[in-house]
Design a protein. Structure first.
Length: 125
């Protein structure tokens, strides 16, 4: 039997290796984003993909930042989108300083918090 040769330590390593879970499993993903200027403000449409399972675990927020981290706007998502994946939601009335040419969009889910992904979007000025 091949497992007998592993010994106790080898068997523990084998069991531990079979239980590895990806670090970012379940994070919300920003699939696409667009920005449209209307007068002095902007409208953002952001498409998210997430394995929403219901009220206990769903994508609940996305935010727009300047490259240096200033929050410009946020879209709170008030309910899960279990049967609608990916999904797009918009936010209007975002004021962006004239000197800002690019924004950073971040998303969050109710279990894992803010995802590591930073979606960079060049503004079409």
């Amino acid at each position: 039997m091949p497992f007998r040769k592993l010994g106790l330590f080898g068997a523990k390593v084998l069991v531990a290796a079979s239980c590895v879970i990806p670090a970012n499993a379940g994070d919300v993903e920003i699939v696409d984003a667009t920005a449209r200027q209307s007068g002095s403000s902007w409208t953002f449409s952001v498409t998210l993909k997430h394995g929403d399972t219901g009220w206990d675990h769903y994508a609940d927020l996305w935010q727009v930042f300047t490259p240096d981290g200033q929050l410009l706007g946020e879209r709170i998502l008030l309910h899960p989108h279990v049967e609608e994946q990916p999904f797009t939601r918009s936010l209007s009335g975002v004021e962006i300083p004239d000197e800002v040419e690019e924004v950073v969009i971040r998303a969050r889910d109710s279990v894992h918090g803010v995802a590591e992904q930073e979606y960079r979007l060049t503004l079409p000025r």
